[in-house]
Ligand binder design. Structure first.
Ligand SMILES: N[C@@H](CCC(=O)N[C@@H](CS)C(=O)NCC(=O)O)C(=O)O
Length: 218
């Protein structure tokens, strides 16, 4: 498999975590969003959305991270990203889709850029926008985690929820968002970051990151 992504892209980060959790080998192919490589003809001929991630697998190019995560789950069910029962699956999807559709889609880079140009908003206002949409959904997510009496993970192992949560929390920290009133969210974040599957997927540990340090012996 080849994962076309960008180190700081949260949707690429989702895929890296999921592939690692499933123990699937993949080659990471950096697509440089700074030079708009994703909008070039060579890339859009393969992925008309002109966005990352794109996964090349079984001779097919697939895009759209949430659809890709569901595809991975169906194609490679073991180990699972979703719990066994339909009620628990519902809970995972409720929280994962809330983050994907109510935070990420509204706070994505093209949206933030559009607010600046052509709409003319100042960076300080854009940061207020960003934190507003974070609060609006991270608050209910935290409340739901409290109701569910979660431990280190939403259920017994990290899965689709954690795959979507961790990249969003990484972004929230980049925007200096105060998470001190979100003990359940940050407990799950800490437990995930301690796992090698999440560590390997971390943006700074990708070869296209300026912070990348080649591990000794590689
Ligand atoms: N709905 C898409 C969104 C993908 C997306 O927006 N990716 C961003 C990086 S996180 C990207 O490629 N942005 C560059 C652009 O849209 O021009 C998904 O979930 O895969």
């Amino acid at each position: 498999m080849k994962l076309f992504g960008y180190f700081r892209s949260s949707t690429s980060y989702r895929l890296r975590i999921a592939l690692n959790l499933k123990g699937l080998e993949y080659e990471n192919i950096p697509v440089d969003l700074r030079t708009s490589e994703q909008k070039g003809e060579a890339f859009t001929a393969r992925n008309p959305f002109g966005s990352v991630p794109m996964l090349e697998a079984d001779g097919r190019d697939r895009a759209q991270s949430m659809a890709l995560l569901e595809w991975l789950e169906e194609a490679y069910p073991d180990p699972p990203l979703l719990p066994a029962g339909s009620e628990d699956r519902y809970t995972v999807r409720e929280l994962a889709h809330a983050i994907a559709t109510e935070i990420h889609a509204i706070n994505n880079l093209p949206v933030l850029r559009y607010l600046a140009d052509p709409l003319g908003h100042a960076q300080d206002d854009i940061a207020i926008w960003y934190r507003h949409w974070l609060s609006r959904t991270l608050g209910p997510v935290e409340q739901r985690l409290a109701q569910l009496h979660t431990g280190d993970f939403l259920f017994d192992r990290p899965g689709l929820f954690e795959v979507v949560l961790l990249p969003q929390i990484y972004n929230a920290r980049k925007f200096d968002y105060d998470l001190s009133d979100k003990p359940h969210t940050t407990r799950i974040e800490a437990a995930c970051l301690a796992l090698p599957e999440f560590e390997r997927a971390f943006p700074d540990n990708q070869t296209d990151s300026p912070d990348y340090i080649q591990p000794a012996g590689e």
